[in-house]
Design a protein around this ligand. Structure first.
Ligand SMILES: Nc1ncnc2c1ncn2[C@@H]1O[C@H](COP(=O)(O)OP(=O)(O)OP(=O)(O)O)[C@@H](O)[C@H]1O
Ligand SMILES: [Mg+2]
Length: 646
């Protein structure tokens, strides 16, 4: 507890947290070991006899600390590697040219992207970087329709405008995929305010600092202007701001909807949970109205199909029920946005579930979808379902959007590789933890939350893989909440580590393809998860061509699956009814979530009876086959595999 000793600890790389952990471990070592080393024994004896001072223990304590935290011996090197203070220097190609930054700032539906894209189309070469596959697709389509050959690059897809697969001078991509080595005349970075996103912000920072283009057109909320200007100050590049106003008026109504009886054509009800989507669409159906449904986990084809149905003036379906997935990337003819609620469940930094009011930025983004320019509605309206929510919604919409203060960063594979060289025995997840705790960033940046990365790292820790491959697996896009997708990733990694190519047949066997149209919500959710599994396969196929050789066939069945899901979503109210009647009388979909984990997963459709049986038999096999598998699992009690088996 003495200050001098704590200071000595800090000088030797032990901050308060490490000091405490080392202290506990040292005490345990002394108390529990049957024989301590002779020199330590003598010191302890001297202290007990009053002939020594407790401070004499410090060298032994430090020796012990270095054993349990090997990084203490190479702290200077590690600090240097994890120094993230000058990100502009990571991109020498961009630093070698003089770039001009044009910031298109304004609210939603003000023509920001439109103007940036006009410049993109008129340039000799260009790159569009967007936050979503759907947006990249839209620009790819627009560009080719305007006779400007443009390729498409997303994590799971490459489409070449030229038949001979020669690169076209233009490309539309998801932002994580943009190249920082290829020179372009014009680059467009859309939705720049996402640079503050706790998980994905690093991709915007990388694009902004690293794209090699003479003109960089940045589109987004005015709240990001100051940060972008400051960042560009460090690179010595000029920023020109162009401000835009909304193209159509948007009115916040002074009355709530109150009842679904008051729905009108062109209405969109925004919910923040799938259960609310189910319950609202069922109530709409009970009133004899048809509705389209859009939420995040639907495949892109299904989302577009539902959007088309809702937009089509000749289709009787004139009501949309959606999550905030509509906030970006879809052209929808919405007259009025109705917030079903204004609270959104989120997961905080500690991984705990929290329910919070939506932010002003989110509310504006969603509300702004009403009265889209060019749609059949020239004016947008916004309201809430309930009166109390409307009062709060007005307040939220009236607040200023806080300025974006910092840009995200992410350790590179090279940095992690260098860490691994210094700390060969640490797990990848530990390497990341140590990296984050040692990393130094300056005030304009923050280190992104890498929980998804660590989740996968822990899950596949027991599978022997080289560090590069392990790193790639950990960056795979994965929804942690889908156990079927998680277990499949685990199987992919295991098969990969055995050097056995993951063939089309293997995948079909594993996913039980071909699959039938869903009969209830549980089956629909499972199909969505299978769609994600195919995405995962395609994503990996671009990184490990030899091991995931059947991308063409998988893309084919993924398209078919999208069609099957479309059929399911067209009949979603039927599926909801089927699920409700299967549930015990008096329970509704909201009561999902009670009972044992296995039962809950079964009810939610995340696990089928068949999967449960398979897991049970695998577990029993593992027991029968001795401890071989068990040994692999035990060091990693957080893995999904472990949770399931338990
Ligand atoms: N000058 C214009 N001429 C024709 N169409 C336009 C023009 N400006 C914008 N639009 C159309 O209006 C719609 C909204 O424009 P745009 O997508 O550029 O808005 P935005 O400000 O980028 O909005 P968001 O924040 O939602 O991305 C688009 O369909 C776009 O094609
Ligand atoms: Mg836009």
């Amino acid at each position: 507890k003495r200050k001098e000793i704590q200071r000595l600890g800090v000088e030797n790389g032990l901050d308060a947290r490490l000091f405490h952990q080392a202290f506990i471990s040292f005490r345990k070592y002394i108390m529990e070991s049957s024989s301590v080393s002779a020199d330590l024994h003598i010191i302890l004896n001297d202290i007990c006899c009053g002939a020594g001072h407790v401070d004499d223990l410090f060298p032994f304590f430090l020796r012990h600390a270095k054993q349990i935290f090997p990084m203490l011996d190479c702290m200077d090197d590690l600090r240097k590697i994890s120094d993230l203070r000058l990100p502009p220097n990571w991109y020498p190609d961009a630093r070698a040219i003089q770039r001009k930054i044009i910031f298109h700032a304004g609210p939603t539906n003000s023509g920001k992207t439109y103007h940036a894209i006009q410049r993109f189309l008129s340039a000799k070469s260009g790159i569009y970087c967007g936050p979503l596959k759907l947006l990249a697709h839209e620009i790819f389509q627009k560009s080719n329709d305007a006779n400007v050959p443009c390729d498409l690059v997303t994590g799971e897809e490459r489409v070449f405008a030229n038949e001979d697969a020669r690169q076209a001078p233009h490309v539309a991509c998801t932002i994580e995929m943009c190249s920082t080595n290829t020179p372009y005349e014009v680059a467009v970075i859309d939705e720049i305010q996402m640079i503050r996103d706790p998980a994905r912000g690093w991709a915007w920072t990388r694009a902004l600092l690293g794209l090699c283009a003479e003109e960089i057109h940045v589109c987004g909320e005015p709240a990001a202007i100051d940060l972008v200007t400051e960042l560009m100050y460090t690179t010595g590049e000029e920023v020109e701001v162009r401000n835009y106003k909304r193209l159509t008026p948007l009115t916040v109504l002074d009355y709530p909807l109150e009842s679904l009886d008051n729905l009108r054509p062109g209405d969109c009800i925004v919910c923040f949970s799938k259960n609310d989507i189910y319950s609202v669409s069922r109530q709409i159906e009970a009133r004899g109205l048809e509705c389209a449904v859009i939420y995040g986990s639907l495949p892109p084809g299904t989302k577009l199909e539902q959007a088309k149905k809702f937009n089509d003036p000749d289709d009787p379906c004139k009501i949309l029920v959606a999550t905030d997935a509509i906030g970006m990337g879809l052209n929808l003819c919405i007259r009025r946005i109705i917030f079903n609620s204004i609270v959104k469940p989120t997961v905080n930094e500690k991984g705990e579930k929290e329910i919070d009011s939506i932010t002003t930025s989110q509310a504006l983004q969603i509300a702004g979808r009403a009265g889209r320019f060019g749609s059949s509605f020239k004016q947008g309206e916004v309201t809430a379902m309930h009166r109390d929510d409307l009062v709060r919604l007005r307040e939220i919409l009236g607040e200023a959007v806080p300025p974006v203060r910092a840009a995200g960063l992410h350790p590179t594979p090279e940095q992690i590789e260098m860490f691994a060289y210094h700390l060969p025995d640490a797990t990848l997840s530990n390497l990341i933890d140590i990296f984050v705790s040692l990393s130094q960033v300056d005030g304009m940046y923050f280190v992104c939350n890498i929980d998804d990365f660590k989740f996968i790292a822990d899950m596949i820790q027991h599978i022997p893989l080289n560090l590069r491959s392990r790193y790639v697996f950990c960056t795979a896009p994965l929804n942690r909440k889908e156990p079927f997708v998680c277990t499949t990733l685990l199987k992919f990694a295991r098969q990969f580590s055995r050097n056995e190519p993951l063939t089309f047949d293997w995948l079909c066997r594993h996913t039980k393809w071909p699959l039938a149209a869903p009969k209830n919500i549980k089956e629909l959710i499972h199909l969505e998860a299978v769609h994600d599994v195919f995405d995962l396969y395609l994503w990996l196929s671009y990184r490990f061509l030899d091991m995931f050789p059947d991308a063409v066939l998988v893309r084919d069945i993924q398209k078919k699956l999208d069609d099957i899901i479309q059929i399911g979503v067209c009949n979603i109210t039927k599926l909801i009814r089927a699920s409700q009647s299967a549930a015990a009388p008096g329970t509704d979909l909201k009561s999902y979530g009670r009972g044992s984990l296995a039962n809950r997963l079964l009810r939610e459709g995340l696990l089928t009876q068949e999967m449960l049986r398979q897991l049970e038999s695998e577990w029993q096999d593992q027991h029968r086959n001795g401890n071989e598998e068990k040994e692999k699992i035990e060091p990693c009690p957080n893995s999904v595999e472990f949770l399931f088996i338990k």
